[in-house]
Design a protein around this ligand. Structure first.
Ligand SMILES: [Zn+2]
Length: 193
């Protein structure tokens, strides 16, 4: 699948919306992404995970690591396609930790996966965690990169799709300048955080 087909899936799922949105920060944006609108639909989610798995297949990964919460769903399904194991990085007192008896042997080949890359915090915590076990990170993979290239890693990185996620103060908003009304997402359908 190419980027256009993947973006079509995101849009068809209702997770990726074009319009004129007021974000929880109060800033305005022309794109709104509610990741769990996609993740709650296994039939669509698994098509994206299959594509991610196909890109990881030749990297020799032995374990997929994903951070809570969305990353668990991705890690599980990608690992299922690859026939390998998935383990999950959960919040600890200081960064991410493995619980539930999860562990990594020294030198084990690991692919890190996550749903959305915004500021990269959860992926960085996974990198730190995996490096703490002296395992080998073969790649970092996300479904959707909305960092506009501002987030980079010292490992091979792949985003299935990228969107430029600009946001503006009300004063600078080009959509407000054009007089476009704010898109109403409906309070019942979306909980704005
Ligand atoms: Zn605006």
């Amino acid at each position: 699948m190419n980027q256009d087909e993947l973006l079509r899936l995101f849009k068809d799922s209702g997770a990726l919306l074009d319009g004129h949105f007021k974000l929880s920060s109060g800033r305005h944006s022309d794109i709104y992404y509610e990741k769990f609108t996609l993740l709650k639909q296994p039939a669509i989610c698994t098509r994206i995970c299959e594509e991610m798995a196909s890109r990881i297949r030749d990297q020799g990964a032995e374990t997929i690591v994903g951070p809570t919460t969305g990353g668990i769903i991705i890690a599980y399904d990608v690992a299922r396609y690859l026939g390998i194991e998935a383990i999950y990085a959960e919040p600890g007192d200081n960064g991410r930790v493995f619980k539930r008896g999860f562990s990594l042997d020294k030198g084990r080949k690991v692919a890190i996966v996550d749903d959305v890359l915004t500021r990269g915090g959860s992926v960085r915590e996974c990198i730190e965690l995996v490096n703490g076990y002296d395992a080998e990170i073969v790649s970092i993979n996300v479904m959707l990169d909305r960092s506009s290239g501002r987030v980079t890693f010292d490992y091979p990185f792949d985003a299935l799709a990228s969107v430029a996620a600009d946001d503006w103060s009300t004063d600078e908003c080009p959509l407000c300048a054009k007089g476009e009304p704010l898109t109403q997402r409906g309070s019942r359908k979306f909980k704005v955080r």
